[in-house]
Design a protein around this ligand. Structure first.
Ligand code: ATP
Length: 234
């Protein structure tokens, strides 16, 4: 479904992504794990069109998407939940969700998807008129995920959904991610919580300073001594 081949990404003179290739197959949860600054967010931002690779290629469902405008990538079926949620604080929950559908014009479909989001996140339904900036961290994460789902993505990019959340909420968010995947959405998940990420993923990649150092099934990586030592607390 998504195929990245040997991309290099720079921030000015900083070479953040060094010849990375990776694949996400339809229906799967694929996770990228790695320490702070390894380049995980940079990969997601490059897929979603916020950054342009200097070379290499990115194909989504067979179409080349490297360097095309971000809103066109959303239209093709890829949506990103950014790190730190980035909800629009001065807008209501409802307005944030409506914005997620800005690339669509099928009113009926949008209404159906709004209902699905409310079923998945009942807490958002209770708070439709509340300003997003006054939601708790967990609720903001749910809103950011709900907003991304409003574009009806076939591939959902999640950047550190567990960041800053209490353990119980982390569990809840991961169970929702599994559920979103089970209802047909493919997921590329960036996480520092390697334990949780590997527990729900099919495939995994380990990133170190802009390079992929390990790749395999999530089971294999969770059992690997190297991964256990570096990312799973021994
Ligand atoms: P984190 O979990 O801390 O977000 P990450 O693995 O997602 O880490 P990135 O945010 O992708 O890492 O950063 C990869 C590298 O690119 C880092 O060395 C970082 O300092 C650098 N970088 C990221 N954003 C910028 C930017 N806007 N300008 C310059 N350098 C950047």
């Amino acid at each position: 479904m998504l195929k990245i081949d040997k991309i290099n990404v720079y921030y000015g003179a900083i070479h953040a992504i060094k010849g990375i290739s990776l694949e996400v197959n339809q229906g799967q949860i694929v996770t990228l794990i790695g320490a702070n600054g390894a380049g995980k967010s940079t990969i997601l931002r490059t897929i979603s069109g916020l950054l342009k690779p200097k070379d290499g290629s990115i194909h989504f469902e067979g179409k080349s998407i490297a360097g095309i405008p971000a809103q066109n990538i959303v239209k093709l079926g890829v949506s990103q939940v950014p790190e730190g949620r980035r909800v629009f604080a001065d807008m209501t929950v409802l307005e944030n969700l409506e914005l997620g559908a800005y690339v669509r014009s099928d009113k009926k479909g949008i209404q159906e998807d709004m209902e699905t989001v409310f079923q998945r996140f009942p807490r958002l339904k209770e708070r439709v008129a509340q300003l997003a900036g006054t939601l708790s961290g967990g609720e903001q994460q749910m809103l950011a995920m709900g907003r991304a789902l409003m574009s009806r993505p076939r591939l959902l990019l999640l950047d550190e959904p567990s960041m800053g959340l209490a353990p119980l909420l982390v569990k809840e968010i991961f169970s929702i991610i599994k559920d979103i995947n089970a209802t047909g959405t493919t997921i590329l998940l960036v996480e520092q919580n390697a334990n949780m990420a590997l527990s729900i993923a099919n495939q995994a990649y380990v990133l170190e300073t802009g390079r992929i150092t390990l790749a395999g099934s999530a089971k294999e990586l969770a059992a690997s001594e190297e991964v256990r030592k570096a990312y799973l607390g021994g």
